[in-house]
Design a protein around this ligand. Structure first.
Ligand SMILES: Nc1nc(=O)c2c([nH]1)NC[C@@H]1CN(c3ccc(C(=O)N[C@@H](CCC(=O)O)C(=O)O)cc3)CN21
Ligand SMILES: O=c1ccn([C@H]2C[C@H](O)[C@@H](COP(=O)(O)O)O2)c(=O)[nH]1
Length: 307
């Protein structure tokens, strides 16, 4: 019997042995392959957590809940000790001020000093901003337009369409706001989400244009699955599948040790995600509402993140 994680390990092996070497934006270099699909069942609380290394799923869960608030400042992540987004604001701070501040000191300042956080901790209109507040413009007369106070809440609209028009082929939300890409610290990687309801079962498809298979992927599949589970609960459906599609799927050349180690391990077990509470809305979830059981992964493998 194959394990759901075999799809991941097979792709990793293929990229490491056959992928084309690319010079990438970060300067680290990758081996990459263009176009890949994986399918994961979410039925009976199944959750596609990687078992060949520990995934800190609470970090990914906190990040997903943070997206849903529409926040784009790393301050509220840091308050929860989530440090995965620090590198980009830190890089900008060092570049623009010339001050060689340590990561710890920078993070502490973001938490302690709200003015500092506002100036240096924002990632621009990334994920959350587009998901729940996609900019809308209104007629201001005399041929002028102004930005409306409230943008489009794609997630709210999605919940309504899933509930009221399940057969629709337009259950989509999108992070790729072309007009604002240049203001973002990084343009969205997990950029398009589509959903499908059939016989009371909700499935989701994620298109990820760029995937760091060694580091980001484990977070991305967990978070996407968690989102499908929340939407299913809110709309009264059973969870079906996560279909993950990658565009440029790559392994950074400095992830060799991680790759060799992970490929030497065998996946095992069937972790479960439980939602302990059903809030009144998709925006009401808290980290305490999520519990993972039967997760017995092999040891964590650390690897550097390419900035
Ligand atoms: N090169 C790169 N890879 C990514 O996966 C990535 C980016 N850049 N930039 C934007 C976000 C930030 N993400 C990140 C950043 C860091 C980790 C990371 O360091 N993960 C560690 C430990 C996580 C923890 O502390 O809980 C890991 O081993 O998974 C994961 C995802 C995902 N994204
Ligand atoms: O959720 C995420 C966010 C980012 N990544 C990875 C994919 C790439 O390695 C970098 C982004 O660099 P680009 O030059 O913008 O493609 O971050 C991820 O895997 N998952």
């Amino acid at each position: 019997m194959s394990h759901y994680e075999d799809q991941y390990l097979d792709l990793m092996r293929r990229i490491w042995t056959e992928g084309t070497v690319q010079e990438d934006r970060t300067g680290v270099g990758t081996r990459s392959l263009f176009g890949a699909t994986m399918r994961f069942s979410l039925a009976n609380n199944a959750i596609p957590l990687l078992t060949t290394k520990r995934i800190f799923w609470k970090t990914a869960a906190r990040e997903m809940l943070w997206f849903l608030t529409g926040d784009t400042n790393i301050r509220n992540l840091l308050k929860q000790k989530v440090r995965i987004w620090t590198d980009w604001p830190l890089d900008r701070y060092r570049r623009e001020t010339g001050e060689q501040i340590s990561q710890e000191d920078f993070e502490q300042r973001i938490v302690d000093d709200i003015n500092f956080a506002e100036k240096w901790g924002d990632l621009g209109p990334v994920y959350g901003a587009q998901w729940v507040n996609w900019p809308k413009y209104e007629d201001a007369g005399q041929g002028l337009y102004r930005r409306a106070q409230k943008g489009i809440n794609q997630i709210e609209l999605l919940v309504q369409s899933l509930k009221n028009n399940p057969g629709s082929r337009r259950h989509i939300f999108e992070g790729w706001n072309v007009a604002e890409l240049d203001q973002m610290a990084l343009p969205p990687c997990h950029k398009t989400y589509q959903f499908h309801v059939a016989d009371g079962v909700l499935s989701g498809l994620l298109f990820q244009r760029s995937c760091d298979l060694g580091l980001g992927f484990g977070f991305n599949v967990f978070a996407a699955s968690m989102l499908i589970r929340m939407l299913a609960d809110q709309c009264g459906y059973q969870p079906g599948e996560l279909i993950w599609q990658g565009g440029d799927v790559h392994l950074y050349l400095n992830h060799g040790e991680l790759v060799e180690e992970q490929l030497s391990r065998t996946p095992s077990g069937a972790p479960k995600l439980h939602l302990l509470r059903k809030p009144d809305s998709i925006f009401g979830y808290e980290i305490e509402d999520f519990e993972v059981l039967d997760y017995h992964p092999q040891a964590h493998i650390s690897a550097p993140v390419a900035v």
